[in-house]
Design a protein. Structure first.
Length: 254
């Protein structure tokens, strides 16, 4: 019989945690957690505050599976992470984002991207679209959850690495790596907040990817000395941004 959590309020969930923990007797009944301490590690050059990024391009990420486990990347992983990355960069503000259609057109003029030439293609893309910097990276793991929201046999897992290359110096000035596998509450009792945030649900891979992309973009945004009076996208959903229903607006924003 599948374990399913009732629709409890916050107080009810808090009161129920001890009993739920006691009831966990098998992997499929463990209580899932997502969130909590950051699973992002980043590093940047000392002079990153001097890097001027007024116009930034987001290059579609490359799938780079482990040769020992090629099944570690589910179908559509690159598209999913690239879409979230473009959306979060566009919504962050402080820079002008090269439209994805312009990036796609420029990419057609470049050699097919591989692990060996990705950095060179990123530089070439930056020149093609007149960007100050290009954000690019690889997805190394994108495993989808096996099972249902409250009865998963194995959890979702996501790992990706991002780089920001400065067109002026032709150097990578920032790198971030995000890696996360959702854990059961019984494996990490201290992360009760994450358990409550998802209402005890096992999440999908794209939800973990979004969490990681948000962390990465926030980290990059905080490290750069960005000017506020630049063009930016208005707030909107990813679908609206993709359909270009929102156009560039001056400054402002939420």
């Amino acid at each position: 019989m599948r374990a399913r959590l009732p629709n409890l309020g916050l107080a009810g969930l808090l009161a129920a945690v001890p009993f739920l923990l006691a009831a966990c007797s098998s992997t499929i009944h463990k209580l899932p957690v997502v969130g909590g301490p950051s699973n992002l590690q980043s590093e940047s050059v000392r002079a990153i505050k001097t890097v001027q990024v007024r116009r930034i391009a987001v290059m579609p990420v490359l799938e780079l599976p482990d040769q020992q486990d090629k099944s570690a990347i589910a179908e559509g992983a690159s598209e999913a992470v690239s879409a979230e990355l473009y959306s979060q960069v566009a919504l962050a503000g402080g820079w002008e984002v090269v439209p994805d259609t312009e990036v796609a057109t420029a990419m057609q003029k470049l050699p097919p991207v591989t692990a060996g030439n990705q950095e060179q293609d990123a530089l070439a893309l930056g020149h093609e679209v007149s960007a100050d910097a290009v954000l690019y990276g690889v997805v190394e793991r994108y495993k989808e959850r096996v099972g249902l929201d409250y009865a998963a046999q194995s959890p979702a897992a996501v790992t990706f690495t991002l780089h920001l290359i400065d067109l002026k110096t032709k150097q990578n000035v920032w790198t971030a790596k995000f890696s996360k596998t959702q854990k059961a509450l019984t494996e990490n009792v201290l992360n009760l907040a994450g358990f409550l945030r998802t209402q005890g649900r096992w999440v999908r891979a794209h939800e973990i990817a979004l969490e990681g992309v948000k962390q990465a973009v926030a980290d990059l945004h905080s490290q750069l000395a960005l000017e506020q009076n630049v063009k930016r996208f208005e707030v909107g959903t990813y679908e609206q941004l993709k359909e270009h229903e929102h156009r560039y607006g001056e400054g402002g924003g939420p």
